[in-house]
Design a protein around this ligand. Structure first.
Ligand code: MG
Length: 169
């Protein structure tokens, strides 16, 4: 793996771990507000982001490249409403999609076929991440400050469970 690709993937491992940290922060924010189902959704998202970091981690090691971990920047700690958190989630996932596309562009430029192949998995994954965040944002906005609606939404999000991606060893 050439240095440009290795640097870009190391930066992406940091971005995925920052994402995990962001969603864990959202999780604890909603635990504190008594919305345990919403918190559960973000805690599962935390595990998914850790899995994304590990997929890159294992990919680099399979290719004989050294993973170099950098400091994780601080995250927000307060979200007033569920809609605010899903709006931030959607905006963040769009940024992540950009980062994934840039690594893919670099892999094409550097003729790194293995990295292009791995990025295809992430490109597909980002479609789902954006679709899900957009759908949940729309629902949260529709519910607004309707307590019964939020009670039901919270119950629905409590059902989310973590499924380990099949590409993770
Ligand atoms: Mg991710």
């Amino acid at each position: 793996m050439n240095k440009k690709i290795a640097d870009a993937i190391n930066a992406q491992i940091n971005a995925e771990l920052w994402s995990a940290y962001l969603y864990l922060s959202m999780g604890t924010n909603f635990r504190a507000k008594g919305l345990d189902g919403v918190a559960n959704w973000f805690e599962v998202q935390f595990k998914e982001e850790q899995a994304h970091a590990m997929i890159f981690y294992q990919f680099m090691q399979s290719r004989g490249a050294r993973v170099v971990l950098k400091p994780i920047a601080k995250v927000e700690t307060e979200w007033k409403t569920v809609a605010d958190a899903f709006a931030d989630t959607l905006a963040h996932e769009k940024k992540v999609t950009d980062l994934i596309h840039k690594i893919n562009d670099l892999a094409i430029k550097e003729k790194d076929y293995a990295t292009q192949n791995r990025m295809t998995w992430f490109i597909d994954e980002q479609i789902e991440e954006e679709e899900e965040a957009a759908k949940l944002l729309e629902t949260a906005k529709m519910i607004g400050d309707n307590n019964v609606g939020m009670y039901m939404f919270d119950k629905e999000l409590a059902a989310r469970t973590y499924v380990q991606p099949s590409v993770l060893k």
